[in-house]
Ligand binder design. Structure first.
Ligand code: ADP
Ligand code: TYD
Length: 215
């Protein structure tokens, strides 16, 4: 694929959306063709699934049903938005992707390996080129959240398990997942992410230019 896929991960309230906005402006100014999207969501159908998942009144939702809903929302998003954008050479920036399911459903809900299996079907081999993992203890990030959906209202024990899951994933995929100390100021975090992208997208552009020269 021609494009470049970036995902943002981390606990609720860790500052992902804030940094995505800044990176959007930064890459836009550099002239990149961007697609900014999120999970669950990013398509008409996936946003409807999001509403079902996050509804505060759906307290009876079965964990497997929940995992399948996230995967269904992702399957639609990958096929309708992410793969076409990458094929057109765009930079896709996604607020959460499959790592969220691996840790929230796989570790937090304790569903384990089946979460990867169902998501392998949903993503069809499409994985981020780089993932920024916002590292901040859930006790700290929770203080930043004002209004809470069904999942943000979960017990702290659940959020702690999720966070441990993220730290484990970071160890498993050190080339792709870049841990970011998210307790710092907005400016410091932005500077670090920008630094990574300058290197990665610089290389990406250089490789493409070489390919074009060969053609
Ligand atoms: P997320 O998208 O991960 O849920 P947000 O970007 O929405 O997180 O941030 C959650 C809250 O924390 C917002 O009120 C935001 O203004 C604030 N915030 C974001 N980054 C920081 C930071 N580095 N330090 C302190 N507060 C922050
Ligand atoms: P989001 O709106 O990104 O929350 P926040 O901005 O607070 O980080 O995501 C909604 C919730 O869905 C969040 O609690 C994480 C959860 N989630 C999963 O449990 N599994 C998934 O696969 C995804 C994408 C999100």
């Amino acid at each position: 694929m021609q494009g470049y896929f970036i995902s943002f991960e981390g606990p609720d309230g860790s500052g992902k959306s804030t940094q995505m906005k800044l990176i959007k402006e930064f890459l836009h100014e550099k002239g990149f063709d961007l697609v900014i999207t999120r999970e669950p969501g990013g398509t008409r159908i996936s946003e409807k699934i999001r509403e079902i998942i996050l509804d505060n009144t759906h307290t009876e939702m079965d964990y497997i049903a929940e995992a399948l809903l996230y995967a269904a929302s992702r399957a639609q998003h990958v096929s309708q938005v992410i793969i076409p954008a990458l094929r057109e050479g765009k930079v896709v920036i996604c607020d959460r992707f499959v790592d969220s399911s691996l840790v929230y459903q796989g570790v937090g809900r304790g569903l384990g390996a089946c979460v990867k299996e169902i998501n392998d079907i949903a993503i069809r081999g499409c994985m981020p080129d780089i993932t920024f993992l916002f590292k901040i203890a859930p006790e700290e990030s929770k203080k930043r959240i004002q209004c809470e959906d069904r999942l943000e209202m979960e017990e702290m024990d659940y959020h702690k398990k999720v966070y441990k899951g993220y730290l484990q994933l970071e160890k498993e995929y050190p080339d792709r997942i870049k841990g970011i100390n998210a307790s710092r100021s907005v400016e410091e975090i932005h500077k670090e992410i920008k630094g990574y992208l300058e290197i990665m997208l610089g290389e990406c552009l250089f490789t493409k230019k070489k390919e074009d020269d060969v053609k």
